[in-house]
Write a protein that binds this ligand. Structure first.
Ligand SMILES: Cc1cc2nc3c(=O)[nH]c(=O)nc-3n(C[C@H](O)[C@H](O)[C@H](O)COP(=O)(O)OP(=O)(O)OC[C@H]3O[C@@H](n4cnc5c(N)ncnc54)[C@H](O)[C@@H]3O)c2cc1C
Length: 496
């Protein structure tokens, strides 16, 4: 089989597309193969009843001028084309907790001052907390890129620290501890597992610049595809990889569903590593112990997403996110009771920015809750599944109503997704929202190298390092550095 391409990228999620954009820009002949009919993975927007719904990108941090994601997106060639709305600076997130309402403001000083008004005795502690976030935030900076690296080597130590542990050690007030951890759904937060790195990286990136995509996040994916094609690359949809071919200690290409084979000098997988390993031809290079290690890693919980499709012009657009928590501890734990926490986010639309036409509401859900339907396929899960989703929708609506969010007379349709939908559409193990869970007890086990023992097979995407728009982008740079050298690539992005 001929090497048709220098590099095949399996999967067109943010990680796959960014990797392909950088490598095609640097002269590699790249082909992205995506199993779904459209590109984007979690960036996809899709239409129901004429409304555009986002799969999974409610807001994105570090997108202000001079900030890391802005710099990377500029280098990729897409920044100018993105349609973004900066969230309210005085309150980009609002936390509803234990009868109180608390705002996260943008900017370090504003964040401290805003919360200090309600927790005056904690003002000094808040300053120390923000200083810790800032240490992690600044470990990933455009200045570091200019020096030839993505993040300070010292930043790794924050993966070995507990998010809840650091918050609890810095903050004396129990209520404020919970207010600060209230966004932990953004990283599948678990009280005694989540790393301070993820908490700080994500919280800081929003604190410095939080944005929503106008008209959905899909245009990030399509802009990346345009760039790949402009650079001479190929992007193919409806092209599910069902086999990765191996010869000795090298991969030789992929076989698609239907039998077509595509040869390449290198293969980069944007799929979950467990799925990647399952598709590899039998070989002696990747040892059983590695398979066992990957299979034994826990994945983050999934999310149940409810979309409220609003009557035109009925619901004023609110430019911030609302987090509701009814339990004493905001850290999610499995329980049998009704839903008691959620994140509410409105999608801005260019047609009329005064009104929201879609409101997304997410809440954690482990796939075990759906075990009855684990062998079913989308749209064919049966009546009991529909009833389950109806029940969850009713619980979410009741929770929101208890906190003053009652839009019942303004909703035209309600649509929902469960972790099973994510499992079947984006191929994430157990319907996990963010892939491999990063556990501070064993950070080096959960963080994977983009390299594999097969000389020319690599990983990219959220499972390798950190998830989310920023985490996946940094991972893409780390993967591409395997081809281009970190010093060269980081400086090129930093000085762009
Ligand atoms: C509900 C939800 C809300 C979120 N909200 C935010 C947010 O507000 N902000 C933020 O920054 N992040 C958010 N995230 C996280 C963010 O969306 C992800 O971390 C990121 O998009 C993952 O990108 P990825 O490229 O690693 O993976 P994916 O987007 O999962 O891409 C993997 C791709 O591989 C393809 N694939 C799988 N198997 C095959 C195969 N055999 N052959 C070919 N292709 C295959 C899939 O179809 C998919 O396109 C959210 C996630 C979810 C689920």
């Amino acid at each position: 089989m001929m090497n048709e391409f220098d590099i095949i990228v399996i999967g067109s999620g943010l990680g796959g597309l960014e990797t392909a954009v950088m490598l095609s820009k640097e002269g590699f002949n790249v082909c992205v193969v995506e199993k779904n009919r459209q590109v984007g993975g979690c960036l996809q927007s899709y239409v129901r009843h004429g409304y555009k719904l986002d799969t999974g990108m409610h807001y994105i941090g570090s997108l202000g001028s001079g900030q890391v994601l802005h710099q990377c997106f500029s280098y990729f060639g897409i920044m100018d084309r993105l349609r973004l709305k900066k969230l309210d600076e005085e309150a980009f997130d609002r936390i509803h907790y234990a009868g109180g309402v608390y705002d996260y403001a943008m900017g370090e000083e504003a964040f401290i001052e805003t919360l200090s008004r309600q927790f005056p005795a904690e003002s000094g502690n808040l300053r120390r907390y923000v200083a810790r976030l800032s240490e992690v935030g600044h470990s990933i900076s455009v200045d570091n890129f200019k020096k030839g690296y993505v993040s300070n080597p010292g930043a790794l130590s924050y993966f070995g620290m507990s998010a809840s542990g650091v918050i609890d050690s810095l903050i004396a007030d129990e209520r404020l501890r919970n207010v600060l951890a209230a966004n932990s759904v953004l990283y599948g937060g678990v009280y005694d597992k989540s790393t301070f790195y993820e908490h700080a990286m994500i919280s800081y990136s929003y604190m410095e610049g939080a944005y929503r995509c106008i008209d959905g996040s899909m245009h990030i994916a399509t802009s990346l595809v345009d760039e790949i094609r402009k650079n001479g690359g190929t992007v193919r949809c409806d092209s599910e990889v069902e086999r990765i071919m191996v010869d000795g200690d090298r991969v030789t290409g992929v076989q698609l569903r239907g039998g077509e084979r595509i040869g390449a000098k290198h293969v980069i997988s944007n799929m979950h590593p467990q799925l990647t390993l399952e598709l590899l031809d039998k070989n002696k290079v990747i040892k059983k112990a590695f398979h066992t290690r990957i299979r034994s890693l826990e994945n983050s919980y999934g999310l149940f997403t409810m979309y409220l499709l609003m009557k035109p012009g009925a619901c004023p657009y609110v430019n911030r996110n609302e987090y509701i928590h009814e339990r004493e501890s905001v850290w999610y734990v499995r329980h049998d009771g009704p839903i008691d926490c959620c994140l509410i986010s409105m999608q801005p639309m260019s047609d009329d920015e005064r009104f929201a036409n879609v409101i997304s509401v997410i809440t954690p859900m482990y796939i075990d809750e759906l075990s009855e339907w684990s062998d079913t396929l989308p749209e064919r899960r049966g009546e009991a599944y529909k009833a389950f989703k109806e029940r969850k929708i009713a619980e979410l609506l009741a929770l929101m109503k208890r906190h003053g969010f009652d839009w019942s007379d303004k909703v035209e349709y309600i649509y929902s997704n469960s972790p099973l939908s994510y499992r079947d559409y984006t191929g994430t193990i157990d319907g996990s929202a963010y892939g491999i869970l990063k556990d501070y007890h064993s950070p080096m086990t959960c963080l994977l190298s983009p390299r594999t023992k097969l000389q020319n097979l690599y990983f990219t995407g959220q499972n390798i390092n950190v998830h989310g728009a920023l985490g996946v982008t940094l991972t893409s740079v780390i993967t591409c550095a395997e081809f281009l050298g970190m010093d060269y690539l980081a400086k090129k992005i930093g000085n762009y």
